[in-house]
Unconditional design. Structure first.
Length: 403
């Protein structure tokens, strides 16, 4: 490009993001300092990534200590840090075995491959169909966009991959009818994130598990956003009594900002994942695992989970009050724990911009929602501050609407 026009600093960045005109240089806890010196209250947390807050001293210490020892070795060697984190995650969940990745999408990719391979190992290679749900989000690889319930992510990328089926979220009868001899797996977020913080009930989760048991279909949870303490339990499926999956995808909070993901499975579900079936160069390297170990130490603490439930209760109460006072702005409060959705009447992007004017960061979501995904360590005082800022945004919206 040599047209003599002044260049925007992001000229050389592929234009796939709808970015806010804002950059940050420092973070601490729930606060972010912008490059122009403003301080923001962060209720995005890198989309549920910085669960332990920015610059968490324990994560920083773990990163530094491992950074001076060993960053990376290939998975052709044993990696003790990986074995340790796998043991921690298995002890805390339904899982027996784990494959580590660098992202959520790769965890989903591994889950889908594990499911198909399971049926192939059982002599039923025709079972390839994966049932997903409208409004779901599982990532941006070819398999993940085909599994996701957002058709716009498929546009212009060629034909849909065979073997992916989409159903309405939470319609058990439609699901029952859709399961057939070629069904391999169901993939579902127990609480939808990007789709707009829609939550399945414990009864619905138990019914899903029972249906999978009856039909030999594997149950895959995508807990990349709703897992690791976000809902006030370590994993969202724990809100139900008998709803453990066969396979589960985890990422986001697992590295607290360092890219780490994981695909968890039972020994049975992973029976097809034998030597050579899958692999990754970086997945599970010592640097990532050291941070993951430090993060899981914190995320599994009962005090932290209790804290999430307390702050979530506070938010729930306050935001319902706000919705009552501003019926022309907030149509519905939904979600679970600190995965909070506000379904709005005004445009959600405009609302996010007004929140930025109040120095509050919130995320967008499907169905004209905004999401609050604060670090799990957010205090009640900080939560109150967030609600006060939201109230000012609601006032502004009302004023604009009256004008
Ligand atoms: C973020 C997210 C993903 C994709 O994770 P990446 O790390 O962006 O690849 C998949 N599923 C859910 C539910 C997510 O929130």
């Amino acid at each position: 490009m040599a047209d003599g026009q002044p260049r925007s600093p992001d000229t050389h960045i592929m234009g796939v993001y709808n970015r806010a005109p804002l950059a940050f240089e420092r973070g601490e806890g729930v606060r972010l300092w912008s490059t122009d010196g403003d301080v923001y209250l962060d209720c995005v947390a890198g989309i549920a990534v910085n669960a332990l807050g920015h610059s968490n001293p324990k994560l920083v210490a773990a990163l530094k200590a491992q950074g001076e020892k060993l960053w990376h070795v290939s998975n052709i060697y044993r990696i003790p840090e990986q074995e340790a984190l796998a043991a921690r995650l298995c002890a805390a969940t339904f899982a027996d075995v784990i494959f580590f990745t660098n992202s959520g999408t790769e965890a989903v990719e591994c889950a889908l491959k594990t499911a198909r391979r399971y049926h192939a190992a059982n002599g039923q290679p025709e079972r390839i169909d994966v049932i997903g749900f409208e409004g779901s989000f599982h990532g941006r690889s070819y398999a993940a966009v085909n599994a996701s319930g957002n058709a716009s992510y498929l546009e212009g990328f060629g034909p849909r991959l065979p073997g992916y089926v989409q159903l309405p979220f939470g319609d058990h009868e439609a699901l029952k009818a859709a399961i057939g001899p070629t069904t391999a797996a169901i993939i579902i977020e127990p609480v939808q994130g990007e789709g707009g913080a829609r939550s399945l009930s414990a009864v619905q989760l138990d019914a899903l598990r029972a249906l999978c048991d009856e039909t030999g279909v594997l149950l895959i949870y995508d807990e990349i956003q709703c897992g690791l303490g976000r809902t006030g339990r370590l994993f969202a499926y724990e809100w139900a009594d008998n709803a453990a999956p066969d396979i589960m995808c985890v990422a986001k909070a697992l590295g607290g900002g360092f890219p780490v993901g994981a695909c968890l499975a039972t020994t049975e579900a992973a029976k097809g994942m034998t030597v050579g079936a899958h692999g990754s160069t970086y997945g599970g390297n010592p640097l990532a695992m050291a941070v993951g170990l430090a993060a899981i130490d914190e995320l599994t603490k009962p005090e932290l989970l209790a804290h999430v439930r307390t702050v979530a209760g506070y938010f729930g109460q306050q935001l319902s009050g706000l919705a009552d006072r501003y019926p022309g702005v907030i149509a519905e409060v939904r979600g679970k724990g600190l995965l909070i959705g506000l379904k709005l009447i005004p445009n959600n992007r405009d609302f996010m911009a007004l929140a930025r004017d109040e120095k509050l960061l919130i995320a967008g979501g499907g169905d004209n929602c905004v999401r609050l995904l604060p670090p799990l360590v957010i205090s009640i005082d900080e939560a109150r501050e967030a609600v006060e800022k939201l109230e000012r945004v609601c006032q502004t919206v009302r004023k604009h609407a009256a004008a």
